[in-house]
Design a protein around this ligand. Structure first.
Ligand code: ADP
Length: 319
């Protein structure tokens, strides 16, 4: 193996830059030539690929977003699109590709590997929804952004008697809502996997009100429904003044946390090690603080699960 490529794809996540840096530096350490692919699979098909040197990834470990940019591509999902990508890589002489992204991006990596081009997946998504790894790159940073925002909302909440409904990201996975809910001491956490009934949330709010509680916080994952609609229903049912905050894209940005930078460095480096063995079709991850790798196709067959013990605990602590 002499030449490898790296790209970022799908939804961006803080820490992707730290992962790109680790891939580039580790590859150069092993005397490989390394190429950055711009705009994800879109750029791969178009041949938007540039040689990276040690300095190309200087001063990016602390930056959010991704210097390689990210994109979504429908064309790449087709056989012809994937063939175009393989041809572009063969033209430069690339022999392996590291894909930093979420499960959609991993499906692309799986397809390229099946076409004879070895790819390694590095989990980069704030959703923490990839099986085979305890954490994905970006989750910790996004979580801390939410916790900080909710702390601020709580400060103003104590001045008024109000219920706050806060919508966080997570279409299919409730990890951000669950962890933020526990970290912020929320009264209720609404996640797509397991959601308290509306009646039970209302009953809890009323109990709190009877106890003289000044305010309540409900964290709702976007996959459960609109926080605005939910807030209206809460106000109607409890006649408590209700305010809604949709945190939106601030959750995707910001300087990566120390944890995400370290995770990205470990996983990016491991991906290079695996390519050096000649293997492809693997995904790297962290489990019990050990860097591991799995067959990417096996991982894609699995379903992400939430830690139900944590969900139960949050209910016990918010009685
Ligand atoms: P994420 O990687 O964050 O889950 P997406 O699901 O949007 O983001 O996937 C990113 C890109 O990966 C898509 O735009 C597409 O080009 C590629 N991709 C997704 N699913 C497939 C698939 N089944 N086959 C090939 N490529 C795919």
């Amino acid at each position: 193996m002499k030449k490898i490529g790296v790209l970022t794809s799908g939804g961006d996540a803080p820490g992707m830059n730290a992962a790109v840096r680790a891939v580039v530096r580790k590859a150069i350490y092993h005397e490989l030539e390394v190429y950055g692919v711009y705009n994800g699979y879109e750029g791969l098909m178009e041949g938007n690929i540039k040689r990276m040197e040690l300095g190309s990834v200087g001063d990016i470990i602390q930056r959010g977003g991704t210097i390689l940019y990210s994109a979504r591509s429908e064309e790449f999902k087709t056989d012809e699109g994937q063939q175009r990508a393989v041809e572009q890589m063969r033209k430069i002489g690339l022999e392996g590709l590291i894909v930093i992204g979420g499960d959609g991006s991993f499906r692309g990596a799986e397809k390229l590997t099946q076409k004879g081009f070895p790819c390694i997946g590095v989990p980069g998504t704030i959703d923490n929804d990839i099986p085979g790894t305890d954490y994905t790159i970006g989750f910790d940073t996004a979580l801390n952004t939410i916790v900080d925002a909710v702390d601020k909302i709580r400060d103003t909440a104590t001045s008024h008697e109000r219920t706050y409904v806060i919508e966080v990201m997570g279409r299919n996975a409730g990890d951000l809502a669950l962890w933020a809910g526990l970290a912020n001491g929320a009264e209720s956490i609404m996640i797509p996997e397991e959601t308290e009934t509306f009646e039970s949330v209302v009953a809890k709010l009323k109990r709190g009100q009877d106890r003289g509680k000044k305010h309540s916080i409900i964290i709702l994952a976007e996959g459960v429904g609109s926080a605005v609609d939910y807030g209206k229903r809460v106000e109607q049912e409890t006649s408590m003044e209700t305010r809604v905050t949709v945190l939106g894209h601030i959750q995707r940005g910001g300087s990566p946390s120390a944890y995400d930078r370290v995770l990205a460095s470990r996983l990016g480096a491991k991906a290079v090690d695996i390519l050096l063995t000649g293997a492809g079709g693997r995904m790297v991850g962290i489990q019990n603080n050990l860097v591991v790798d799995h067959d990417i196709s096996e991982v894609l067959k699995e379903k992400h699960t939430i830690n139900m013990n944590m969900y139960k605990l949050s209910n016990q602590l918010s009685i």
